[in-house]
Design a protein around this ligand. Structure first.
Ligand code: DGJ
Length: 723
């Protein structure tokens, strides 16, 4: 049992082994938050409620002046009833009122978390459901809290029902709100851009509102739906951290607000910037799921908790615990310029290296000679591939390799048969020529007929060809936000698009259970937990430069397990930034994820091909660590001329330490790395360096890393317990 209700105190205790989350029903029926953090005793916490009349405010009608919702910590803050901070929910009623009065009605405790309507979510057990009721407007709000005994995790979402006889509008429907009793916090977010996604950034909180969000229709590479709130003294290894992540692939917002009381409120969910949802009588709206993780041991423990949770309860179980394909992808080898012979030559060239999957990227369909035409026409380009896909697929299979195919089904080019037949299927605003991105338009997935079309064309290809792997791309973000089918309900478009996208994923991923789906959006521009529910790995960034990848993969690892980061060895000079890094370094960094290759192997000499085999053999040796291991980030590559990460098996018998020194320094001081997560008293053999030492020695005295005198040198250590 993780959820307790004390009837006398009217208090709920949500407890995991190490955490407590406590709130009560107060005298007025409001849910008054009391505590979230390290596990504490199950007792009366009302002494901590600090009610004072702060002046120039307001209080609950008929109650003492100090009883303002603005001085309570609230579980489900709404607008207009004396709480001036950010709301979790906002309504617009038929009579013009925006003020709701939600009070406790009842609660129940379920053994198993119910699935969310139309959206992916984390699997969970014991769940508290609290119903709040607004009798004036006949609105019911159910708040869901799922608790894990073994993991410091709480899952939250809400269901809002219109039980009245007239329509109402939801202007904001966030997934959670958490109030904290002081304001001494930093925040860490994952901002970025295409080719440099998720660069971790920490900043102090001060009075006002700190917001991370996306308005692009996708979770985006510009900001990830993740926010950590940390104590000022928190580090990678110590101090309190609260991590928030949203299981959602569209517009999101997280807000951290410090107001007059010097307390902190964190709220988050679907971005309400361009959102409104009409609830007709009887309708229900479900918010996406928010994941809340508490760590008393810094960012590292927070990340390991997210990783364990997602590997066990989120990522597609058909693939999460299995070897991922080791891919050779033709994109950077050929771009659009290929024919059957070239593709077969790539397959031939990697025979015997251990690469087990060939992925045919963009350009195989329609009139796709470049990126200005063809999207939407999902039939083979017979000029380029006169015998279709079959000879290439058969060739790969004959060589013992699987075959993967690239799609970008959410998009259409104006220069395509699909667009010529259905121009209205592309998202556009009335009377305006729609903005393009990479010369393409976005199909309106809020419309059933468009989703059905996509399901049918992709299904037909998967049915008629022996395809083992799909790379699902999405290369622009949304503009011209209007849907002909939604009319005045236009502000529902972005969320309906996301729901349509999930419907397509459900149909295809369940319809073709043997197919391994990789997610991609110009690289990592839609990397979120909902995508991971469907796609066990996501192309982390179009930037495959080993040096920049250290920061990208470091930031991505804040909440997403390494097995989900798709990482390729690519050519030098790097196609994105022109940098030349050693071959071995490119492999070492690509081994910190689901590894693969993205270069023209037909141009490699026998030694370079032999090196691929050695790299793949090495990867096989550490793959279990990538799939199941605990991650320790040994330093922050954005702060130092050093990147060091370690993976440790759950039983602490095996570890890998990967270290890169970006810039060579002559006559440099010794660079030491300090492994973590080993058993103090066990003896370990460090293969490189031929060292046999106790865990305590390695972790406290460290290992001196002998870098080669060149930029971007990498050293890896394979560590094994010997007794
Ligand atoms: C963007 C992806 O991230 C690349 O890997 C490649 O698939 C291109 N799109 C193809 O257009």
């Amino acid at each position: 049992m993780a959820i307790f209700f004390d009837e006398a105190l009217k208090t709920f205790y949500l407890e995991s082994k190490d955490t407590s989350y406590v709130f009560r029903i107060n005298e007025n029926g409001f849910l008054n938050h009391l505590y979230y953090g390290k596990r504490i005793a199950r007792e009366d916490l009302t002494y901590s409620v600090y009610l004072v009349d702060r002046g120039h405010g307001s209080n609950i009608a008929g109650r003492p002046r100090y009883e303002s919702l603005n001085v309570y910590m609230n579980e489900c803050p709404t607008y207009g009833r004396s709480d001036y901070r950010e709301s979790m929910l906002a309504f617009f009623f038929e009579n013009g009122s925006r003020v709701s009065d939600l009070v406790y009605k009842n609660h129940r405790i379920l053994d198993k978390k119910p699935e969310l309507c139309g959206m992916p979510s984390v699997k969970g057990g014991e769940t508290l459901v609290i119903e709040l009721w607004d009798s004036l407007n006949s609105v019911s709000v159910e708040l869901f809290y799922t608790v894990f005994e073994e993991l410091p995790v709480i899952l939250r979402h809400a269901e809002i029902k219109n039980l009245g006889s007239v329509a109402l509008t939801l202007d904001r429907a966030y997934s959670f709100a958490v109030d904290m009793p002081d304001a001494n916090w930093d925040v860490l977010a994952l901002p970025g851009a295409h080719l440099r996604e998720r660069f971790a950034e920490r900043s102090p909180l001060s009075h006002g509102i700190f917001t991370v969000d996306s308005k692009r229709g996708v979770s985006s590479g510009q900001m990830n739906p993740f926010l950590a709130v940390l104590r000022k003294n928190a580090t990678e290894e110590s101090g309190e951290v609260y991590g928030y992540n949203l299981v959602y692939s569209g517009d999101f917002a997280f807000k951290a607000q410090v107001e007059q009381n010097d307390e902190l409120r964190v709220v988050g969910g679907i971005n309400d910037h361009d959102f409104a949802w009409e609830l007709l009588p009887g309708d229900m709206f479900t918010t996406p799921e928010a994941v809340m993780v508490y760590s008393d041991a810094g960012l590292g423990k927070m990340s390991r908790t997210f990783h364990d949770l997602y590997r066990e309860n989120l990522v597609n179980p058909r693939f999460v615990k299995k070897s991922h394909p080791i891919v050779i992808n033709n994109w950077e080898a050929t771009y659009f310029n290929f024919d059957t012979e070239k593709l077969c030559a790539i397959i031939d060239s990697v025979e015997g290296t251990g690469i087990d999957t060939f992925v045919l990227d963009d350009g195989w369909f329609g009139k796709r000679l470049n990126d200005r035409a063809g999207l939407g026409d999902w039939f083979v380009n017979m000029e380029k591939l006169p015998h279709g896909l079959t000879p290439i697929i058969e060739h790969a299979h004959k060589k013992g390799m699987k075959f993967g195919l690239w799609f970008e089904p959410e998009m259409v080019n104006a220069n395509s048969d699909l667009y010529r037949a259905h121009p209205d299927w592309a998202i556009h605003a009335p009377g305006l020529e729609p903005c393009t991105g990479r010369d393409q338009l976005i199909l309106d997935l809020s419309r059933d007929e468009v989703c059905d079309y996509i399901i049918k064309v992709v299904s037909d290809i998967l049915k008629n060809n022996a395809i083992d792997y799909v790379k699902w791309d999405m290369n622009r973000t949304m503009t011209d936000n209007h849907s002909a089918s939604l009319g005045k309900r236009g502000k529902e478009l972005h969320h309906r698009y996301v729901l349509g996208f999930y419907k397509i994923c459900e149909a295809l991923i369940n319809g073709f259970p043997h197919v391994f789906f990789e997610g991609c959006a110009s690289g990592g521009c839609r990397f979120d937990p909902a995508m991971l529910y469907y796609f066990p790995q996501i192309w982390t960034s179009d930037d495959s430069d080993a040096y920049l990848r250290t920061a990208i993969q470091y930031g991505t690892s804040m909440c997403y397990p390494l097995s989900t980061h798709s990482c390729h060895v690519s050519a030098v000079p790097n196609h994105q930034c022109g940098r030349v890094t050693p071959y071995a370094s490119r492999a070492s960094i690509a081994h910190l994820g689901a590894t693969g290759y993205e270069l023209d192997t037909t141009k490699m000499d026998p030694d370079e091909l032999a090196e691929i085999k050695a790299q793949v053999d090495d990867y096989k040796e550490i793959e279990d660590l990538v799939l199941f291991g605990d991650l320790y980030r040994l330093n922050d590559p954005q702060k130092e001329n050093l990147f060091a990460e370690q993976l440790v098996s759950k039983d602490r018998s095996k570890a890998l330490v990967t270290v890169m020194r970006p810039l060579a320094i002559p006559n440099a001081a010794a660079i030491r790395v300090y492994p973590r997560g080993l058993d103090d008293d066990a003896t370990y053999f460090v293969r490189e360096g031929n060292l046999t030492k106790k865990g305590s020695t390695l972790m406290n005295l460290g290992i001196i890393v002998p870098f080669a005198p060149r930029d971007f040198s990498t050293v890896t250590y394979h560590i094994k317990k010997v007794d």
